[in-house]
Design a protein around this ligand. Sequence first.
Ligand code: SF4
Ligand SMILES: [Zn+2]
Length: 362
Amino acid sequence: MEIENLTKEIRDYAFDKAKKKTPEQVATSWYNEDLKYSGVGKTLFMILPTPGCSWALGDSGGCSMCSYVSDCTLEPIESNLIVDIFKEQLSKYPLDEVYEDGEKIAIKLFASGSFLNPHELPIKARDEILKILSEMDVIDEIVVESRPEYVKEDVLEDIFSIIGDKLFEISIGLETSNDDTRLNKINKGFTLKDFEESISIISKLKNKHNIKSKAYVFVKPILLNEKEAIEEAIETALYCEKIGVDRLSFCPATIHGATLIERLWRRGSYEPPWIWSTIEIINTVRQNINIPTLLDTSGFGSRRGPYNCKKCNKELKHLIIESNLKQNIIDFDCECKANWEADVNHSNMNYSKTFTKHIPLY
Ligand code: SF4
Ligand SMILES: [Zn+2]
């Protein structure tokens, strides 16, 4: 409850100060190599303009580490305008030429929240966008993100009636398989049972549609030490494979502005994970499960992101990006590794048995 109140308070303060953004300012896109289901290939990433994640805009204040809502319009957007902006972003890339070369690409549509929530992306805009994609032979994989409560059989049937046999992946921010961490530290607002229900809906539809699921795993939520963060991320990955998730993406913490994680970080009560921790996670997981695993390197080596030392940050970032495509184990050494090991091995040194009633942050 304390975490929810703090998150809400910080979010409300940010909304009061926020400068409104236009839908055109919010939308953006980029084009990169990525790991598709069919192997390494080109992927078009696009941020669609939306009013913002309903969970962050509602009474909960949203998740303690996320400020995607501050990159949104905070106001409803006409479907026609969303579709026009989508077409304009799409027209920036010479996709016909790519197809002529015999290549097919994936498109990742980010709604800064839930693509499947009609209050964030109106059904009319969603269907029009999917119709355009269904007519593009160059696109064979469509990836979207959603909270589990919007993953519904009738909604997915509607989507497949438009996109036919194109692959459709729904990425869900599970963050951790530990309910206490997800509910009370991340303030995520859904349980493991909710997540399992959404995965079972997706699994059931696999016998007639080309549908896949991906889970995001958040590395180092607040109030977890380095060792716990590593262990929880690994446990979460093993759990996800067991219940039938098709792919995993680890998202190591970076400090977003106007969030609870930022407040703790500013007051010296939180640090993003070591890059070594993320490598420990990805290497362990790749040796123990068979589904593809990706490690997001956003913010690596920056003041607000995962860090090691100036000597190895950059090189490791490149090695991780390469390993995401090859799915290999990362083998690397640097003198800073001993500091990381000391940090992990002494993570619990300051543990107190005293129950903490309040986090003194007011
Ligand atoms: S992590 Fe997802 S659900 Fe949580 S506030 Fe951000 S966009 Fe919303
Ligand atoms: Zn180093």
